[in-house]
Ligand binder design. Structure first.
Ligand code: NAP
Length: 287
């Protein structure tokens, strides 16, 4: 075990914003950088691409939909590093607007990866985070939009300072059930499955940050959700490059060891955004 070597892990690191995050961390993080991908061939191809650029990421398979895959990474990190210093939950999916898949299936599949998969990674890996560690959950302003489209009752639940992880999981499962029963609008939900799942990621981040503050106050771990902006990747056509999309994520990954914050915040363009504030009102309203 080489537990004195620092290590950063990026989920969904084989392309898009995740690959750009890995590239930046290889250049700026003092320690090993683990590029993870669900598909070994795609992951290793990405590692080779970065090696051709003179960088040296390590590779580990990780499918966030598969608990055994997450636990295999957890065991590897414990054995090789005795824990983890930086965790970037970047892996995510979004159906294209033209995709003919029935709405309730889109809701179930998107929830499985974006919310439940991210939560499973956190459940297994947050206990490994070392003092002064950094955790960044890549969420989206689409989540804030979806929150603002929900009924006042649902908004109140999501904005509660005391909402528990179990209550949040219950709400996310209810959304999927409501789409199956064709009643999600009547029950006060947004029409954006992606947005609802990303709101879940943002609220989950607040809950985890609160728990860290309560249970590991002396460890100065900082955990935040962020939006990378509107980025040109396989997920969407947009104006920012993946490298520009990585900037806010990497800024949060590399917060100085004595930094007091941000913690438990939603960050966009390297700025803390007031919780639940409609994205149209941001000074840079384009993400
Ligand atoms: P992308 O190019 O489609 O990349 C998504 C990455 O996630 C890929 O590496 C993909 O792997 C991986 N992934 C998907 N499901 C996974 C799973 N079950 N296990 C492990 N990896 C999985 O999209 P992107 O634009 O870079 O998105 C990265 C993150 O930023 C996502 O969380 C997205 O929601 C968020 N985001 C993006 C934008 C934007 O404008 N692009 C805006 C706001 C937020 P495969 O190659 O195997 O599919």
């Amino acid at each position: 075990m080489s537990s004195n070597i620092r290590v950063a892990v990026v989920t969904g690191g084989n392309k898009g914003i995740g690959l750009a995050i890995v590239r930046d961390l290889c250049q700026q993080f003092s320690g090993d950088v683990m590029l993870t991908a669900r598909d070994v061939a795609r992951g290793q191809a990405a590692v080779q691409q970065l090696q051709a650029e003179g960088l040296s990421p390590r590779f580990h398979q990780l499918d966030i939909d598969d608990l055994r895959s997450i636990q295999a990474l957890r065991d590897f990190l414990l054995k090789e590093y005795g824990g983890l210093n930086v965790l970037v939950n970047n892996a995510g999916i979004a159906f294209k607007t033209v995709d003919p898949t029935p709405f309730h299936i889109q809701a179930e599949v998107t929830m499985k990866t974006n919310f439940l998969g991210t939560r499973n990674v956190c459940t297994e890996l947050l206990p490994l985070i070392k003092p002064q560690g950094r955790v960044v959950n890549v969420s989206s302003t689409e989540g804030v939009r979806a929150l603002n489209e929900c009924s006042p009752e649902l908004q109140q639940k999501f904005k509660s300072e005391t909402i528990t992880e179990e209550e949040l999981v219950g709400l996310m499962n209810k959304f999927v059930e409501d789409t199956k029963n064709g009643v999600h609008r009547k029950e006060g939900w947004s029409d954006s499955t992606y947005g609802v799942t990303k709101n879940g990621v943002s609220v989950l981040s607040r809950i985890y940050a609160r728990k860290l503050s309560e249970q590991r106050a002396g460890d100065k771990i900082l955990l935040n959700a962020c939006c990378p902006g509107w980025v040109r990747t396989d997920m969407t056509e947009a104006h920012k490059s993946p490298e520009e999309g990585a900037e806010t994520v990497v800024y949060l990954d590399l917060l100085l060891s004595d930094a007091e914050g941000p913690h438990g915040q939603f960050v966009s363009e390297k700025e803390v955004v007031e919780w639940g504030f409609p994205p149209e009102s941001y000074p840079w309203a384009n993400a």
